[in-house]
Design a protein around this ligand. Structure first.
Ligand SMILES: [Zn+2]
Length: 182
């Protein structure tokens, strides 16, 4: 029996690279939305761990905008298995991420779109495949999903700020994630 199952499982995995990606046992889902979404920013369909705005997730300091001592999450977290390629869903230029703190991981990536006047921040990646100054187009692979600076496992932190702005300039990021229910 096992001798027959082995090749079948191997065939299924090789035919479906998304299915081969492993769920991260450290993931904690604070979003009530259990829908898996596709997006031009990543392959496959994945769930939201923490949405934008006030959250009961324990990683953020209490924020005056939120009740119950809850913190404020400045981006949206998408559960991506470790190593998942993160792609540019919008065009832009890679700008320095030197001003971002350790909560964003060792190598946060910032894509500036001048036309829209925004910086798109990709956090928690370790392996970057682009450099400051590079121009990226839709579909350019930017980085591999990782857990740098993330206690809750590999994921994409997707944040949108006014171009050159600070944390207080973070805005609702969903429109630029261009996601669709799977
Ligand atoms: Zn986040």
């Amino acid at each position: 029996m096992m001798r027959m199952l082995g090749p079948v499982v191997a065939l299924l995995l090789s035919a479906s690279p998304v299915a081969a990606a492993e769920a991260d046992p450290r993931w904690v889902f604070y979003s009530r939305d259990t829908t898996a979404y596709t997006s031009p920013w990543y392959p496959g369909a994945h769930r939201t761990m923490i949405g934008y705005g006030c959250t009961r997730a324990p990683y953020y300091p209490p924020d005056g905008r939120c009740g119950g001592g809850h913190g404020f999450h400045h981006g949206i977290d998408v559960a991506l298995p470790c190593g998942t390629p993160i792609r540019a869903g919008r065009r832009g230029r890679v700008v320095s991420s030197a001003a971002y703190g350790p909560a964003y991981g060792v190598r946060p990536l910032v894509i500036r779109n001048q036309r829209l006047g925004v910086d798109i921040l990709i956090a928690h990646a370790r392996t970057l495949l682009v450099e400051v100054g590079d121009r990226v187009g839709r579909g350019t692979t930017l980085a591999l999903a990782s857990d740098s600076g993330a206690p809750d496992g590999c994921h994409l932190h997707f944040e949108v700020r006014d171009a050159g702005g600070g944390l207080d300039d973070a805005r609702r990021p969903l429109a630029l994630l261009d996601r669709e229910p799977a």
